[in-house]
Write a protein of this length. Sequence first.
Length: 278
Amino acid sequence: MNSTTLDLQTAESVDASWRGHTGRTDILVGLSAYHVWLALGWHDIRQRYRRSVLGPFWFTLTTLIMVGVLGFLYSELLQQDISDYLPYLGVGLVVWQFISTAANEGCMTMISAASTIKQIRMPLSTHVCRMVWRNFIILLHSLPVVVLLMLAFGHSLTAKMLLLVPGLFLLLLNAVWAGIVFGILCARFRDVAPIIGNIFQVGFFLTPVMWRASDLKERAWIADFNPFNHLIDIVRSPILGSELSISSWGWSIGMLVCGFLLAQYLMIRFRERVAYWV
């Protein structure tokens, strides 16, 4: 069964009010239809690793190898204590992979779902939620590797770990509005996708993933004004038991509010045109 067929069958279970949504209600209706995008996102993962022995646990193995190799290499290059640096690098790489993948796939979300958009009046935000959920499953297969590495190097989990739940929630919601904005813009202007891809390639080196903001000393403002840094920090700090950064939470909440306002504006203005653009 291909993805389009599954979309059509899933849509049959949706009532008339769901089909009669407008651009003004698209985001709310799409988020509320969690039974649709949860099923579709999980279907994507199953299809990707169909007939695979390890299945989605390939994500876990890949993360373990990547963090291990880069951790030992860069701990020597940067003169860092491996027991502290490896968990720091691990969380940074896992969260960055989620952010960059969600952004790049978000650019193609509407285009990839073109056949479904033209056949079914499904909320456009449902396609974005499907993409975000799919990548969140990958994230959940990778984060435990970092926790195991922490325990292996003698670190212990603290009560601050509870802040991981709201941190991941903020990360997911920020990925949703970004996917909506990028998806609509890239449906209209196809050159936006490679531009965003290049921005994230450069952004990786400007974001404290493999290095620490404190290493920049007087140039630490580069990290302070980097939105990616704050999205990583609200996940990394609870896992590592670091001090709570009020600024990172403030930045993440601020981006969430401004981002959804922008996404809502684009939905109201252009929701009905997307089917003609893809």
